[in-house]
Ligand binder design. Structure first.
Ligand code: SAM
Length: 326
């Protein structure tokens, strides 16, 4: 069976296996394989593997001593992992309960198993959960070499956006001024600070801002991160400041474009997230940005990107836009 693996020279095998074990990234359901002078170490969350490792897809035999949920259930439950919490995506409550029992009995390390009990809702973009196994909803999730403490009952966090966040963060230059207007627990801010940027993260959710501060400490970047609790439209002291702005509040980012223009410096890249009908996914955002910025800036769309399907006929998209002051 083909699974994500870290490929290393044999002589680096044990050190790499230990490093991945420390990060809780080993896939215990598959065996390590050797091919020529290379070792293939199966990993559970490929997007969380630090960039210094080479992640490839490779055949790895299943470990027969490991029991997986599907072995117990006879069907494959739909779930994702957030640290040591397993998040189910089951519409039928009885199926969800069965899946939670099987996951708890299986080899998957799961402190808590939850199922979605509501859509993401409200200003703070939080979901309600049915806690089906365990009780603790706080965890530490790892993504691209960063560790994020968070409580899924108190803050927004989506592991599905890991690749998209990485795409944005890879553009960050050392010493640039990076401003995340809806920062959550810091999944953009922390890796941007790790690249050497001076970062500001704002969020209305005080609990999320508490985690953002904790995560800045945890990842060794507290000296480059300013965390502010409150409505970003009321934040003072950062007019004309930002070299890069992130706006990940897809349903209502357009209401914050005046604030974004006030924060933007003379040459600023804006990453604007939106959810729109597939018939015109980029048009509404682009028109809103031009209307807000064109009095002061030349507006150049650098990239129109489909991030993921959000609902039938609706797309989550990102516009990368450069604003040059005229
Ligand atoms: N950027 C984070 C991430 O990718 O995980 C969080 C994104 S989440 C979709 C949007 C965040 O915006 C939530 O944490 C919410 O609390 C925050 N928010 C909503 N309205 C806000 C406002 N007026 N000012 C600042 N933050 C706000």
């Amino acid at each position: 069976m083909s699974v994500p693996c870290v490929r290393v020279p044999r002589e680096e095998g044990e050190a790499t296996r230990q490093a991945l074990a420390d990060l809780d990234l080993l896939d215990d359901a598959h065996d390590i394989t050797v091919e020529g002078d290379r070792l293939y170490i199966p990993v559970s969350e490929p997007t969380a593997v630090p960039a210094e490792f080479d992640v490839v897809t490779h055949d790895a035999p299943e470990r027969d001593r490991q029991t997986l949920p599907a072995d117990i259930l006879g069907w494959e439950p739909s779930y994702e992992r957030l640290g040591d919490i397993v998040v189910l995506d089951e519409d039928d409550p009885e199926r969800a309960r069965e899946a939670a029992r099987a996951i708890a009995e299986s080899a998957i390390p799961a402190k808590t198993v939850v199922n979605r009990a509501s859509p993401i809702e409200g200003e703070l973009r939080i979901r309600r959960w049915d806690v089906l196994h365990g009780e603790d909803t706080e965890t530490v999730h790892r993504e691209y070499g960063c560790a994020f403490a968070l409580d899924i009952a108190e803050v927004y966090f989506s592991p599905r956006l890991a690749t998209e966040r990485h795409r944005v963060v890879e553009q960050v230059e050392p010493d640039e001024r990076f401003f995340d207007m809806f920062a959550g627990v810091g999944p953009f801010v922390i890796p941007a600070a790790k690249r050497g940027a001076e970062c500001v993260g704002v969020d209305l959710n005080e609990v999320a801002v508490g985690y953002l501060r904790e995560n800045a400490e945890r990842n060794g970047v507290a000296d480059r991160v300013t965390a502010i609790a409150g409505d970003v439209r009321g934040v003072e002291g950062y007019d004309d400041w930002a070299d890069r702005l992130v706006m990940n509040l897809p349903h209502s980012a357009d209401e914050f474009l005046d604030a974004a223009v006030a924060l933007a410096g003379d040459d600023c890249t804006l990453h604007y997230y939106d959810i729109q009908h597939e018939s015109d996914p980029f048009g509404p955002g682009e028109r809103a940005i031009r209307a807000a910025a064109e009095d002061e800036y030349d507006v150049e769309v650098l990239e129109r990107r489909e991030v993921r399907s959000y609902a039938p006929h609706e797309l989550n998209v990102c516009l990368d836009v450069r604003l040059y002051r005229t």
